[in-house]
Design a protein around this ligand. Structure first.
Ligand SMILES: [Zn+2]
Length: 246
């Protein structure tokens, strides 16, 4: 079962005032209405979840990909505040049956104990469900967030080393190998052995990326195969759910 830590609750939205503010957007996926992706959002059941510790500036950006993880796999999010840790996150960190992992470069987390990946995976085999904590921010912002969040400093750290350069072209990465949040999430799932779930996130992200670009640059979408895979996944899931009905 997917972790039901809490339903992601997005704060009341204000109009997005940057470039593209006059585009009519879907209120759920925040995509322009003409390329809404809600119809292909996969509902992925995996024994893992995500918690986004999000910088204030990220929360209204339609280009933020963290919501793709919350909408498909589940978890929660916190708008990071220096003085007030989110009590829901603190409660989660204290739960015996969860295994919180800070997804962050070990070199940037010098206070944390150096984690052995085999030992971390052994924790999962003992039935502790991983909660991947992602700092959803720029590198500079994330460094500040990390430094001022003592509750992160005791967690095991998983540094994601991307196998390929980011496919994300909507925002310029500061380094070529800087993955966006959805891509990092897919890598986390791969790490736990949930490769099918990781592939679904990859497809979902590809559709998001392609459609966004199509609107921005008036180019055709080339996401047809990914869309087909996501549609078949939804159909299969619905068939399975129907079979479970009395
Ligand atoms: Zn939508």
């Amino acid at each position: 079962m997917a972790a039901n830590l809490s339903t992601p609750v997005f704060p009341r939205r204000r109009p997005f005032l940057a470039k593209g503010a006059n585009i009519s957007r879907c209120t759920d996926c925040l995509m322009p209405v003409s390329v809404c992706i809600c119809g292909i959002t996969p509902s992925i059941d995996v024994p893992a979840s995500f918690w986004l510790l999000m910088h204030y500036n990220e929360q209204y950006k339609p280009t933020n990909t963290g919501r793709l993880l919350l909408n498909s796999v589940g978890g929660g999010r916190t708008i990071w505040q220096r003085t007030e840790p989110d009590f829901r996150l603190l409660h989660l960190l204290a739960r015996e049956n969860r295994y919180p992992i800070l997804v962050y470069p070990q070199a940037m987390a010098p206070i944390n104990p150096v984690a052995d990946q085999e030992e971390m995976l052994a924790q999962l085999k003992q039935g502790r469900e991983p909660v991947f904590i992602l700092l959803d921010a720029t590198w500079q912002q994330s460094r500040k967030m990390y430094n001022h969040s003592p509750y992160l400093h005791t967690l095991p750290v998983l540094g994601i080393t991307p196998q390929a350069a980011s496919r994300y072209s909507l925002r310029r990465a500061q380094k070529e190998n800087h993955l966006c949040t959805a891509e990092v999430g897919a890598e986390c799932l791969t790490w736990t052995g949930e490769t099918e779930a990781a592939a679904l996130i990859g497809d979902y992200f590809e559709v998001f990326n392609e459609r966004y670009q199509a609107v921005r640059y008036s180019t055709p979408c080339s996401d047809i195969e990914a869309v087909e895979r996501l549609r078949s996944y939804r159909i299969q899931r619905e068939l399975l759910t129907d079979k479970d009905l009395p």
